[in-house]
Design a protein around this ligand. Structure first.
Ligand code: ZN
Length: 296
């Protein structure tokens, strides 16, 4: 399996993220704050991959041909990251050019960002970004009318839109990322393929299965290590196999673990499926993502 596409990654560089966000990701319930702080400083020491060099080594070891880097626009709602959103866009643009063919970038958008739509258009039209990433827990719902301009633009350019769904961290508006909110949005913007992040390993939930029956709704597998093997087996079967995309969420969730481990896990679960769909593994690891990225 050589052509793997990872639809859900972020740069492992600390300056792109607000301190409070890293703290939230690294803190465990009921833990004292000293331990959390220690873990955050450990993570910051790890998050020094300014130009994706370490990530590329991991990708090569895991046979990942291409990764989609997602920019998150947090709009400073829990404090500013060290690097401005404009500089984050520029950094991702440089990476696209430095390693042709190895990455694609989905531009982060926040509806309250002054000049956000212009920045998004610059990302797509000047920098060559090929999709949009939304992070509703930072203060807007998936079906917030303030996203209409963004969705309209995505629809006119046939850009895929990847949306964080489900719980993020304490203190954020997690209810805004409730995946059921996609129903009307998906109907209103039929040229957009919507990817529900972190929903692909939740096929035990009737709501997720129902949403995946909508033509232009897909889901990624990022975070799947939290799911049971029996639930994960469903992704290799009809009728959902063509709607699920492999995503690692590198480096946020698995920062101590090589990417190749995640691929190995996916393959080992596939090997236990009795009646997989045709091309089931290839669909999950690259064919479905490839179709979306090619705008089909
Ligand atoms: Zn993510």
């Amino acid at each position: 399996m050589k052509n793997i596409i990872d639809i859900h990654t972020h740069m492992a560089y600390h300056a792109l993220y607000p301190e409070k966000f890293l703290e939230g990701v690294m803190s465990h319930k009921d833990e004292n704050s000293l331990i959390t702080r220690k873990r955050v400083s450990l993570m910051k020491a790890f998050l020094r991959d300014e130009y994706c060099e370490k990530m590329l080594v991991q990708m090569n070891n895991a046979n990942i041909k291409k990764s989609i880097l997602l920019i998150v626009d947090d709009n400073g709602v829990i404090g500013e990251a060290d690097e401005s959103i404009e500089d984050r866009y520029l950094r991702h643009y440089k990476i696209l050019n430095k390693y042709p063919g190895r990455f694609e970038v989905f531009a982060g958008f926040h509806p309250e960002r002054v000049g956000g739509l212009d920045l998004l258009k610059k990302g797509v039209e000047e920098y060559g970004f090929s999709g949009i990433k939304l992070y509703p827990p930072f203060g807007f719902a998936i079906d917030d009318i303030r996203l209409n301009d963004c969705y309209e633009y995505a629809n006119s350019k046939k850009l895929p839109v990847l949306i964080h769904t489900g719980f993020s961290i304490e203190k954020l508006k997690n209810e805004y990322a409730e995946p059921g909110r996609i129903v009307n949005v998906a109907k209103n913007y039929p040229n957009v393929n919507f990817i529900l992040a972190h929903a692909g390993f939740k096929l035990d939930q009737p709501l997720i299965r129902e949403l995946l029956e909508i033509d232009n709704v897909y889901a990624d597998l990022s975070g799947f290590i939290n799911s049971s093997k029996e639930t994960l087996k469903l992704v290799f079967q009809e009728p959902y196999n063509s709607k699920i995309l492999f995503g690692s969420d590198w480096p946020i969730v698995n920062f101590m673990e090589p990417l190749s481990n995640l691929i190995d896990k996916v393959i080992s679960i596939y090997n236990e499926v009795e009646f997989p769909a045709e091309n089931a593994l290839e669909n999950i690891l690259f064919l479905n993502a490839n179709k979306i990225l090619c705008g089909e």
